[in-house]
Every structure is written in structure tokens, then in C-alpha cells.
Design a protein around this ligand. Structure first.
Ligand SMILES: [Zn+2]
Length: 339
């Protein structure tokens, strides 16, 4: 039986997965091969192809069994998979500027290749877990990591947008002044906006805004003794889980911010589900349940028909990108009559 592959090109590693026509994943966890993005397109794409053959062999398959391939990478890139001409963190080699990575991989593999940015691929995976690969449901996924990524899936399809910036949820402005207990806070984002979702709900926001703000209220806190705010920010989640009052406050503000954002999405899309993922909630159940409660607490009251909108946790953080990419490839292969 034909299968499709998902290829997640990260900063240091390529992660592979495979999906069959019954929508069953054939690899459970990570299946990694070193990425060589720094050495430019030629070497990187050859490396991806070599790793794909090795990954297929691990599940007893060959390249001939693979009907289509889904690729995802960090952005910025166009919706068709042309990397930004201005370069980006993960693609520093000069030859990547304006490079069509989707077409490049398609040519090397001689198979259809689809492209998604990593946020949108993660969102498609979160959607698939709830609704499968069919075309019916609408969901919004927010993935809290260094930044705030995610995506919008409408009736099963990823909203890529005109220029590839569909689902850039982190830079949507929210009425953050409605969040209690942050009077005088100025949440500034790297993008130049003040008060967008990423400026309140991301690891970057903790280091740049939330931690400095709350340390003024908790001057004796142990994190105040660290010089490195970035390092201190990484410790906030574990302390919050251990019920440290200041760190709980920081996560309460992040959850309330997400609640305000989700309220905007409910009124824009009337979605079937809201999904939260990312490192911030790779925690125990007690903390997750509390975090979801705080998201709801941050939402303005909903009309009766929408008050039961489900908020889900996205499973499988590390494999989300590859899995989302594979789901996109499956949809493509079905459309082409290959599966
Ligand atoms: Zn922003």
C-alpha cells in the first residue's frame, strides 16, 4: 500500500514520519537525521533525501512506496514554499534567499511535495487528532514556544494566506488592558506592535516583559538573583507547576491573554475547537487543567450557543511539524488520485 512522508526541517535536525491511506502513523516518536541547512540548498536537500530513504527502511519500506511528501520548515516563506529573500534564522546560507525549497525537494525526489510553515503544520496535526483528515471541521491552534505560532484550519484546509502569513496568530493585537493585575505593563513585541498575543504569551514575553514586571512586585524572589533573564524565564514554567505564586501569576496572565485572543477567534470563525500546544504546557495534568481554566477565565462571557466551545491540548509536541506535513501530503496525494 502506498504511503506518504512528512519531513520537518528544523534548525539542527530533520524529523521524518510516515502516514498510510488509513490515516495511521507508522512511526511513533522522533525519527531524526542531522540537518545541514547551514551548508546551503544543494547539500541540505541531498541530506533530506538520504535521511528519507533511511527512515523508510526503518519501517520496512522503500522510496518507491512513497506517493507524496509533505515538507515543513520555519518561516518566513511564501505559501508555495519560497523562502524569504531577506533570509531567516534557520536559513543563513546566501543561496537560501528567495529559494523555492518545495520545488527543490520535489525535483530531487521526483515526487509531489507540499509545503507548510512549521506553525501551520503543527496546527494541522492538532486538528487531525480531533477531526481526521476529512473536510468538515474548523479549528484554531495556538502553540506557545519561544514565540507564539499556530494556525487556522477552515473546513479541513490550512489558511496559508496571500503571502504565506496566514495564521500568524502571535501578532494579532488583543485588548490586554482587560487582563487584571497588569496595570502599567507595556508588552512590546519584536514585530513593533504593543500588546499582541506573542508579547504576552510566549517564552520571549516572559523574559522581555512578564518576569521583569512581576519581579518588581516580588523583589525577594529567587529568580531576581539571576542576571540572565532568558535563563530565568526558562525556569518559570517548572516553578509555576510547583505552585510558586509569582510564576503562577505569569502563567495566569499568559492564559488570560490567550482567552482574549480565542474570544476574537470565536467571533470571527465560530470554530469547532480551540487547541493549545507548545512547550509552555508540556506539564503535568494538574497544571494543564488549571491553565485551561485560566484561559476560560480570561474570555469575555460567550453567547449561550458558543459557551461550550471545547479547548483541547495538542499532543506530541516534537513530532507535530512532521505529522502535520504528512497530513497535508496525504490530502495532496488523494487529490492527485495517488492514494
Ligand atoms: Zn508581534
Amino acid at each position: 500500500m502506498a504511503i506518504v512522508a512528512g519531513v520537518d526541517l528544523g534548525g539542527t535536525a530533520v524529523n521524518y514520519t510516515f502516514l498510510d491511506g488509513n490515516e495511521k502513523f507508522l512511526i511513533e516518536g522522533l525519527c531524526e537525521y542531522p540537518a545541514r541547512s547551514r551548508e546551503g540548498p544543494e547539500i541540505c536537500l541531498r541530506q533530506i533525501a538520504d535521511g528519507l530513504a533511511i527512515a523508510a527502511a526503518k519501517i520496512g519500506r522503500t522510496m518507491a512506496d512513497i506517493a507524496a511528501v509533505g515538507l515543513d520548515t520555519p518561516g518566513p516563506a511564501s505559501s508555495a514554499g519560497v523562502l524569504s529573500a531577506r533570509g531567516s534564522t534557520n536559513f543563513v546560507h546566501a543561496q537560501w534567499c528567495g529559494f523555492d525549497i518545495r520545488e527543490g525537494l520535489e525535483r530531487r525526489l521526483a515526487k509531489p511535495v507540499t509545503y507548510l510553515n512549521d506553525g501551520n503544520a503543527g496546527a494541522l496535526w492538532g486538528h487531525f487528532v480531533l477531526f481526521g483528515a476529512g473536510k468538515s471541521a474548523t479549528s484554531i491552534s495556538a502553540i506557545i514556544g519561544t514565540g507564539l505560532g499556530g494556525g487556522v484550519i477552515i473546513e479541513g484546509n490550512v489558511v496559508r494566506g496571500r503571502k504565506g502569513f496566514g495564521g500568524e496568530l502571535g501578532h494579532v493585537l488583543i485588548p490586554y488592558q482587560n487582563i487584571p493585575g497588569i496595570e502599567g505593563m507595556k508588552p512590546e513585541c519584536n514585530c513593533g506592535r504593543t500588546g499582541d498575543l506573542e508579547a504576552l504569551c510566549s517564552l520571549t514575553a516572559i523574559a522581555a516583559t512578564l518576569l521583569p514586571y512581576f519581579l518588581r512586585r516580588y523583589p525577594d524572589h529567587e529568580l531576581g538573583r539571576l542576571d540572565d533573564l532568558r535563563g530565568a524565564a526558562k525556569r518559570v514554567r517548572a516553578l509555576a507547576e510547583a505552585e510558586d505564586p509569582m510564576c503562577r501569576e505569569i502563567f495566569r496572565v499568559q492564559a488570560n491573554a490567550l482567552g482574549l485572543f480565542f474570544d476574537e477567534m470565536i467571533n470571527t470563525f465560530d470554530p469547532d475547537a480551540l487547541i493549545v500546544g507548545g512547550g509552555a504546557i508540556e506539564t503535568g495534568d494538574e497544571f494543564r487543567t488549571w491553565f485551561l481554566q485560566q484561559i476560560r477565565a480570561g474570555m469575555p462571557s460567550q453567547r449561550v450557543e458558543q459557551a461550550d466551545i471545547p479547548i483541547h491540548i495538542m499532543p506530541g509536541g516534537d513530532t507535530a511539524g512532521a505529522r502535520g506535513a504528512a497530513i497535508e501530503a496525504l490530502k495532496d496525494a488523494r487529490g492527485l488520485g495517488l492514494m
